[in-house]
Structure formats: structure tokens, C-alpha cells
Design a protein around this ligand. Structure first.
Ligand SMILES: *[C@@H]1O[C@H](CO)[C@@H](O)[C@H](O)[C@H]1NC(C)=O
Ligand SMILES: *[C@@H]1O[C@H](CO)[C@@H](O)[C@H](O)[C@H]1NC(C)=O
Ligand SMILES: *[C@@H]1O[C@H](CO)[C@@H](O)[C@H](O)[C@H]1NC(C)=O
Ligand SMILES: *[C@@H]1O[C@H](CO)[C@@H](O)[C@H](O)[C@H]1NC(C)=O
Ligand SMILES: *[C@@H]1O[C@H](CO)[C@@H](O)[C@H](O)[C@H]1NC(C)=O
Ligand SMILES: *[C@@H]1O[C@H](CO)[C@@H](O)[C@H](O)[C@H]1NC(C)=O
Length: 639
């Protein structure tokens, strides 16, 4: 059995009208409005969207007397300097390399300014007539909260609230239809307002979408599965074109490393919703490949109610988690504890749930959703994520949330964390082959613009593509981009290209992009990914009591994450800190010969051949596959 439909926490913003409060408030507004006519100031559209995410339809006007908890998230200070701060601690040429910040310093530097708090507060009290007693500054000074009636909120934001209903489970939320406005002088101090336009894109509708091409919930799912009928599953590295064993991975990447200071080092893997592992499968795998690991389990860190399910037998829900832990625990061996960040099936926005769990200021400053775990979960030096949470596409309302979450990856990286993320298994298309047609996402069109995926498209994570050995090729022949499924890669339509990859990406754009691609096929100024790649097919795993061949960029990410964990172990044992944000180093001259350049293959999608792999960096295999010994050596040279 499986857990049934993904349990969604119902999160209706519409509370029953509290008559006394609302009529009192209405009276206050009326009196104040009469006493002080609002100062006229130019208003600007602050957030807008053209259509609601799939599944949501406008149902009726919201009840004007209902009370709505309005949250006005303030603009973070110094956010425009995030890249600069990150380069200071992660550029190999920087004198502050490796000098990571404390979480307190991060909170302090990015906390909204007094000016922002005062400007918005004064506007609410003076122009909007809200009684100061009704306005509360959130715990980290990041947002102003006020419980107001729908009618009051509409007058503050100059828009109209509607009740939207989800076609699948009848969930209701209040939201504006197109846009809301703020006075121009206030707008620059406000990041976003909730509830306003945001409706969860993920949740049930994503589950349904992913279900079309694959039963697996939100995991990159394009890699085919093949049961191994041969009872003699190899343990050696002699047939890495057909059976990728741990020994294949070690040999391919020169990755023979036993942790020296495992008690001082940490690595974690993210799993979402009802994607779980079964202990018997880990033991079946370890018994063959890592005997001394038999009986070992990851340490569970539950986020927003995430939990294991020992009753799960449907391999559709076991594939991701099982493969991730067999690879990470298998490659790092029994000495290194590995954390499992299991994020509950809380309906939507796993991306917000994850960053909020590490940084409590996220909840108070943005956090579109309530009920998140806030800063109370242990971090890890390296975190591996084999999921896509959202399409990378410029829906004006959604893009703001993705920007906010992406910045949070950057802020957490400032403290010395490394986020390693799979690049997806659908080539230049998103999810179940979605592409950009006439300004919207269309599934499997004959032709369409390329669509990236988040969080791989965020410039503060290390995105990993997938490679494989061609049939009958040996390790000595070298790998190409995967051909059994197209490895994800391309250019963000939201995030601009970070400086660390400009040289490498410009070289690709100037020399290898097919001439037939019009300007709107992809955004050639965007953050380009993946950054690196690792073998992603056909990975030998034990799943549902049997050995199976699986894979995907889902495998490539935990493989690469294991190597970065090993690098951290060596650095810590040498009295240094963890590497944190690694991209500026990986693209630098220091690491020029640390990768096996992959030049064969491409990543088709959206009715095209996608991008060709090429000499140097390319949007299929990134800089190439790692030569662990070389990477370790380079990171040990750095302070
Ligand atoms: C496993 O789950 C998938 C996705 O929900 C479903 O399509 C499939 O029928 C399930 N398989 C079994 C054996 O229940
Ligand atoms: C690993 O986890 C186990 C179980 O939680 C714990 O007893 C042990 O001390 C941990 N080892 C290290 C090296 O942290
Ligand atoms: C697993 O099954 C047992 C027995 O039916 C039940 O008591 C338990 O609640 C189930 N656990 C989960 C997580 O569903
Ligand atoms: C896109 O728009 C064009 C022009 O309006 C129309 O001819 C075409 O059918 C549209 N394509 C899709 C897939 O909707
Ligand atoms: C691989 O080798 C086998 C045995 O020599 C041969 O039958 C097969 O055609 C080869 N496959 C490819 C794709 O070269
Ligand atoms: C291209 O990406 C940039 C960010 O790099 C963004 O500002 C711009 O709007 C995007 N253009 C299109 C057409 O998507």
C-alpha cells in the first residue's frame, strides 16, 4: 500500500468573521479616513500575475468582514551585496577564503533596516488609518503583521480578494486576481505581501503532473528502470556500461576515501513527502557492497512533520530515498553518519520548508506559508537534493518567492553549507516535458522554449548533471552525457548569470550553441547549469527486495555530494573549515584540470536536440565529471 494522496495541511487564510473586531476596525477606518484624507502619492504595481497556477480557479468574492492575517515582508538589507559577500569567502583568490559567517551575522546583515520598518509602519498608520496597536513587528524585525478585515486589506492594497478553489481537493485560499499596488515610496521597502497573489504551484497539482510520466512524486524521473534478472549482480568495475557499482564510481572518479574525522563532519540528504527508504533494502545493498554498513540507517531529521513509513512497499515511493542513501552511505562507509531531512507532505513549498528549518529569520521575513519549522533543525556541511521543486519560469508572483528562497541558499552558504542539487532528467524541458509556448507552460508541445528547474537554476547551489558510459565502453574510453534519458540543463529565465561562470558560459555561447535557436528559445543572460556532472546510469540499487538498475541526475547529485563531504572531512582533519559555496572555486583556474571534460552527447527536449556537450563547460555536463584526488588536493591548498 502507499500512503494515499499526499496529505495537505489546510491553510485557509479566511478566518470566521469576528464581528466585534471587524466592525470596530471598520469604524476606526471610517473615522480616521474622514479625519485625515489620505495623502495622494503615486501607486505602482508591486506584484502581478497573468493567470493562476494549474488547478486553481476563481470561485467567489471574499467576504468583506472576514479577518485576514496580513503579513508585509520587508526588503532585506544588503541583499544586493550577497554575491560580493559570498565571493569574499569562496573565491580562491580572496584573502577571506573560508572565513564563513556565523548565522547571527547573516541575520544581522540582512535584517530589514529601521527605515523600512518606519516607512511602512507610518504609511499604515498615517495614510491607511490602521491603529498602531494592530500592527506587530515580527520577531526578527523582518515583517509587519496586522489582522485586518478583507475590506481593510483591499483598501490598503487597492485590489479585490477572491476565494480560489483547487479542483483536486477543494482547498480554498484567498488571493487577488491580477495585481496589487503600493505607494511608490513604500514599494521599495516591501518584498512581498501575503495573502496576495501566491497560490501553491506544487502540492497536489505537481503530484498529478509528475504522475503522468512517472509515478514518482516530484523527483526527476526520466531515467528508465530495469530489473536485473541475473542473480549475479557484479561487485567489480568491469561492466560499468551496464552495471554501475560503487566500485565503478570509485574507479571513474578516483574516489577512494575513508573519513578521518566523521564525528566532526556532517552530510544530509533531502527527501520529500511520501518518498521513503526501507531498511531491508539498504541492508541488501550493504551486504553486497559495504558489509560493515549493514544495519546502519540515516539519522532522521523531521521537517514539517516528515516521517518514515515502514509499511511502504510501492517501489515508486521507495526509489529516490533508497538510491540516495545506498550511494551516500555506501561511498562514505560506516564511519560517517548521514542525516535524512524528511520534509512532510505539507501540501506545497518544500523549498520554503527546507530553508526555513535552518533559518528562523526566513519564517519571520518571508515564509509565504505558515506552520513551518523555523530554524530549529540541525544544519549539515553538505546537503544533497535530488528533487525539483518548481519550474524556473518568470511568473511574476512565483518568481519573487523563488528569488527569496534562492537568496536563502546563498545566505546559508555564507555560513559554510554546500547545496548539491540534481539538474533534472528531462533535458531542456521541465517535469513531464513542459516547455514555454505563448507565455505559458505546455506539456509536450511539438516545439517550445526551454524551461529550467528550481532549485538547480539558483546560482547559489551546485547543480549536477548525469553521464554514462556508452554501450561496450570501458572506464578507459570515458563517459558521455546520458543517452538513456536526457540530462537536465540550460539557462535560467529568472536568475542572472553569476560572475563566477561568465567566462566559461560565454565561451560556450560563442562557439557551440546551435545557430537555429531564436532568442526566445532560452535566456542567454541567465544563470547556466549544471555546474558539474557524475555518472547517472545504470546505477545498481537494491529496491523492493531486489537488485535493480536505476539512476538519473538523482544518482549523480548524491555521488558528487559524497565527494564534497569527503573533501570537508580532509579539510577539517587538517584544521580547516568546510568548503561551503564551491562554485567560484570550481570554475576558477585553480581547478582547471580537476574535471574530466565530457564532450559527447546532448540533452534533447521541447522538439529540439537541446544543447550539445562540448569541450569545456557545457549546459549538459557542466565542467565535467570530478577527478576526486585532484579536487581534494586543490581544496586542501586553500586556507
Ligand atoms: C504505486 O504508486 C503509483 C503512483 O501512485 C501507482 O500508479 C501504482 O499503481 C502503485 N503500484 C502499486 C503496485 O500499488
Ligand atoms: C552516529 O549516530 C549514532 C546514532 O545516532 C550515534 O550514536 C553516534 O555517536 C554518531 N556518530 C558520530 C561519529 O557522530
Ligand atoms: C503501519 O502499519 C501498522 C499496522 O497496520 C499501523 O499500525 C501503522 O500506523 C502503520 N504506519 C504508518 C506510518 O502508516
Ligand atoms: C500560440 O499563439 C499563436 C498565435 O496566437 C497560435 O497560432 C498558436 O496556436 C498558439 N500555440 C499554442 C500551443 O497555443
Ligand atoms: C556490444 O558488444 C556485444 C558483444 O560483442 C555486441 O553484440 C553488441 O552489438 C555491442 N553493442 C554495441 C552498442 O556496440
Ligand atoms: C532573462 O533573464 C534575466 C535575468 O538574467 C531576466 O531579467 C530577463 O527578464 C529574462 N528575459 C526573458 C525574456 O526571460
Amino acid at each position: 500500500m502507499h500512503m494515499g494522496e499526499h496529505t495537505r495541511i489546510r491553510l485557509s487564510f479566511v478566518s470566521p468573521p469576528t464581528v466585534s473586531l471587524s466592525s470596530l476596525a471598520a469604524a476606526v477606518v471610517a473615522v480616521t479616513a474622514a479625519a485625515h484624507p489620505p495623502v495622494l502619492s503615486k501607486r505602482v504595481v508591486h506584484e502581478a500575475r497573468t493567470f493562476a497556477p494549474a488547478g486553481w480557479s476563481l470561485h467567489r468574492r471574499a467576504d468583506p468582514d472576514a479577518v485576514v492575517p496580513l503579513k508585509i515582508s520587508l526588503t532585506q538589507s544588503n541583499l544586493h551585496r550577497l554575491d560580493e559577500y559570498l565571493l569574499e569567502v569562496s573565491d580562491p583568490e580572496s584573502t577571506s577564503y573560508g572565513k564563513h559567517w556565523t548565522p547571527e551575522r547573516v541575520a544581522e546583515i540582512f535584517r530589514p533596516s529601521r527605515e523600512s520598518v518606519d516607512t511602512v509602519h507610518n504609511w499604515l498608520t498615517n495614510d491607511c488609518g490602521i491603529h498602531p496597536k494592530k500592527i506587530r513587528l515580527g520577531p526578527n524585525g523582518g515583517a509587519l503583521h496586522l489582522d485586518v478585515t478583507i475590506a481593510e486589506a483591499e483598501s490598503i492594497l487597492e485590489s479585490e480578494y477572491y476565494v480560489y478553489r483547487h479542483s483536486e481537493d477543494g482547498e480554498e485560499r484567498v488571493a487577488f486576481e491580477n495585481a496589487y499596488t503600493l505607494p511608490e515610496y513604500v514599494a521599495k521597502h516591501v518584498d512581498l505581501v501575503t495573502p496576495s497573489l501566491h497560490l501553491p504551484r506544487s502540492g497536489a497539482s505537481l503530484a498529478r503532473r509528475a504522475g503522468k510520466s512517472s509515478p514518482v512524486f516530484a523527483r526527476p524521473s526520466g531515467a528508465p528502470k530495469a530489473a536485473i534478472t541475473d542473480a549475479e549482480v557484479p561487485t567489480d568495475a568491469d561492466h560499468c556500461d551496464t552495471y554501475v557499482t560503487l566500485e565503478c564510481l570509485r574507479k571513474l572518479y578516483n574516489f577512494y576515501y575513508e573519513p578521518v574525522v566523521p564525528q566532526k563532519n556532517t552530510i544530509g540528504v533531502v527527501e520529500v513527502s511520501n518518498e521513503v527508504y526501507q531498511g531491508q533494502d539498504l541492508d541488501l545493498f550493504f551486504d553486497k557492497y559495504s558489509k560493515s554498513s549493514v544495519g546502519d540507517r540515516p539519522e532522521l531529521v523531521s521537517i514539517t512533520g516528515g516521517h518514515l513509513n515502514p509499511n511502504e512497499t510501492n517501489t515508486s515511493f521507495l526509489g529516490e530515498s533508497t538510491m540516495d542513501f545506498e550511494l551516500v552511505m555506501g561511498l562514505l562507509g560506516p564511519k560517517q553518519n548521514v542525516s535524512l531531512y524528511q520534509i512532510g507532505a505539507a501540501g506545497d513549498t518544500w523549498d520554503e520548508a527546507l530553508v526555513a528549518a535552518f533559518d528562523k529569520s526566513y519564517c519571520s521575513q518571508s515564509g509565504v506559508r505558515s506552520g513551518l519549522d523555523c530554524g530549529n533543525k540541525p544544519t549539515s556541511n553538505v546537503i544533497s537534493i535530488s528533487y525539483h521543486f518548481e519550474p524556473d519560469y518568470p511568473d511574476p508572483s512565483n518568481a519573487r518567492i523563488l528569488e527569496r528562497v534562492c537568496a536563502e541558499y546563498g545566505k546559508l552558504s555564507l555560513t559554510g553549507m554546500t547545496f548539491v542539487v540534481s539538474s533534472g532528467d528531462h533535458g531542456v524541458a521541465y517535469g513531464s516535458q513542459e516547455c514555454f509556448v505563448n507565455g505559458t507552460l505546455v506539456t509536450q508541445p511539438d516545439k517550445g522554449g526551454f524551461v529550467g528547474q528550481f532549485p538547480a537554476s539558483c546560482p547559489y547551489v551546485t547543480a549536477v548533471g548525469a553521464t554514462q558510459l556508452a554501450k561496450n565502453h570501458t572506464i578507459a574510453d570515458g563517459e558521455g552525457a546520458t543517452s538513456d534519458f536526457p540530462s537536465g540543463g540550460g539557462f535560467s529565465r529568472i536568475f542572472p548569470r553569476p560572475s563566477y561562470q561568465k567566462r566559461a558560459v560565454t565561451r560556450y555561447l560563442n562557439n557551440y550553441v546551435p545557430k537555429s535557436y531564436d532568442a526566445d528559445v532560452f535566456n542567454n543572460t541567465g544563470r547556466a547549469y549544471p555546474d558539474v556532472s557524475a555518472n547517472g546510469y545504470p546505477t545498481v540499487v537494491a529496491l523492493g527486495g531486489k537488485f535493480t538498475r536505476s539512476g538519473g541526475t538523482s544518482a549523480a547529485a548524491p555521488i558528487f555530494a559524497s565527494m564534497i563531504a569527503a573533501v570537508n572531512d580532509a579539510r577539517i582533519s587538517a584544521g580547516k573549515g568546510p568548503v561551503g559555496f564551491i562554485n567560484p572555486a570550481l570554475y576558477s583556474n585553480l581547478f582547471r584540470s580537476s574535471f574530466n571534460d565530457i564532450t559527447e552527447g546532448s540533452n534533447p527536449g521541447c522538439g529540439t536536440d537541446g544543447f550539445p556537450a562540448s569541450p569545456g563547460w557545457d549546459p549538459v555536463t557542466g565542467l565535467g565529471t570530478p577527478n576526486f584526488v585532484h579536487i581534494l588536493d586543490r581544496f586542501l591548498l586553500l586556507p
